[in-house]
Design a protein around this ligand. Structure first.
Ligand code: DP6
Length: 338
């Protein structure tokens, strides 16, 4: 019985992946830039077991919910067919952070699954090939293959759409203080949100300006220009949410003017960040497809930012997770990909 375990970190996008040009292959409309998050990770063990009739998927020690299990099995199928195998496997996975609250659990999950399953099935893949393969499971997971600061190149086709490392984890002492203002799960999955993005009247203008935003964020990051970086990153998050909030669609027989991933406390915190900046604190925010606010600052401001969050009225029910630039996906047994 062959088995392998792997661990991968979630990642925080500074330039967002929102909108696909091919939903089956998860080919994005635009490239994106992210940081791997050291304290939010998924650990996955894959055991190939000829004694099983069908694949088994376990999440935190329980049988996984059906929708999640079927996504995992579809991905296992991809890896099995690459390896020329037909043997079922048992997948056991767990996150050290809550899913569905603005941490991209599918990113760490599919990166860890790709690494563990390809090793268990005897495939020796480069990080580039792991990134392509992980992307097919969940787009943002292609970035979690790499350590530190990462860029996903939109590419021309499946083989050219993968992530590469922009700078290693030591390059810059950025901190992401994730503030989980509610642990309620989001009501619209990001795969549905991606599909609806083109309904927004602002979509076309994003497609025209995204190349210059990518260039700005890449340069600011490489030069460690926090002032320029923070402004672009915050504007980018609000641009994505403007598109989300204006992606009109029919849902359950009713017309929806758009998708709101923010909760009331998300807005309270955004307002506080703007106040703190006027008072001289260098902190910016970004958001993903959920209510969690990611406060981005440099290490020397971190203690002040944390104090400021804790001193906000009503913050007692919030959970905070501080993340620094983290490692890439890695095998916990056996040798790591090149
Ligand atoms: C808002 O990677 O979860 O976090 O490819 O359908 O699995 P699928 O989507 P997913 O989308 C992530 C969207 C985002 C922005 C980002 O991470 O770039």
């Amino acid at each position: 019985m062959s088995r392998a375990s792997a661990r991968a970190c979630a990642n925080l996008a500074f330039v967002k992946y929102w909108g696909k040009r091919d939903a089956a292959l998860n080919l994005p409309i635009n490239g994106s830039i992210s940081m791997s998050l050291d304290s939010a990770h998924t650990t996955t063990r894959v055991e190939i077991d000829p004694g099983l009739d069908v694949d088994e998927v376990w999440s935190s020690g329980e049988p996984a919910p059906r929708a999640f299990a079927s996504r995992v099995i579809t991905h296992l199928e991809r890896i099995r067919s690459l390896a020329g195998s037909a043997t079922p496997a048992r997948v056991q996975t767990s996150n050290n952070f809550p899913a569905g609250t603005g941490f991209a659990s599918s990113a760490s999950g599919f990166a860890a699954l790709t690494c563990a399953a390809s090793a268990a099935f005897g495939l020796r893949l480069s990080r580039r090939d792991l990134s392509i393969l992980a992307r097919k499971g969940s787009g943002s997971s292609c970035r979690s293959i790499h350590a530190g600061f990462v860029e996903w190149h939109a590419g021309q086709d499946s083989d050219s759409s993968f992530a590469t490392q922009l700078a290693d984890a030591q390059h810059w002492n950025l901190v992401d203080l994730a503030v989980l203002v509610t642990e309620r799960e989001k009501s619209v999955r990001s795969s549905d949100g991606h599909r609806l993005a083109g309904n927004s009247p602002f979509w076309h203008s994003r497609t025209l300006s995204i190349a210059s935003r990518l260039a700005e964020v890449r340069q600011a990051l490489l030069k460690r220009d926090f002032h320029r970086f923070g402004r672009e990153v915050e504007a980018e998050a609000l641009e994505m949410h403007a598109i989300m909030q204006t992606s009109a669609h029919e849902r359950g027989g009713g017309w929806q003017s758009g998708i709101y991933y923010m909760a009331p406390d998300t807005l309270r915190l955004i307002n506080a960040v703007q106040r703190w900046r006027r008072a001289g604190m260098e902190v910016y925010f970004t958001l993903d497809a959920g209510p969690t606010v990611h406060l981005v600052c440099l290490e020397d401001q971190f203690a002040d930012v944390l104090d400021a969050v804790h001193s906000l009225e009503g913050s007692q029910g919030w959970r905070t997770i501080a993340c620094r630039p983290g490692p890439g996906a890695r095998l916990l047994s056996g040798s790591d990909p090149a």
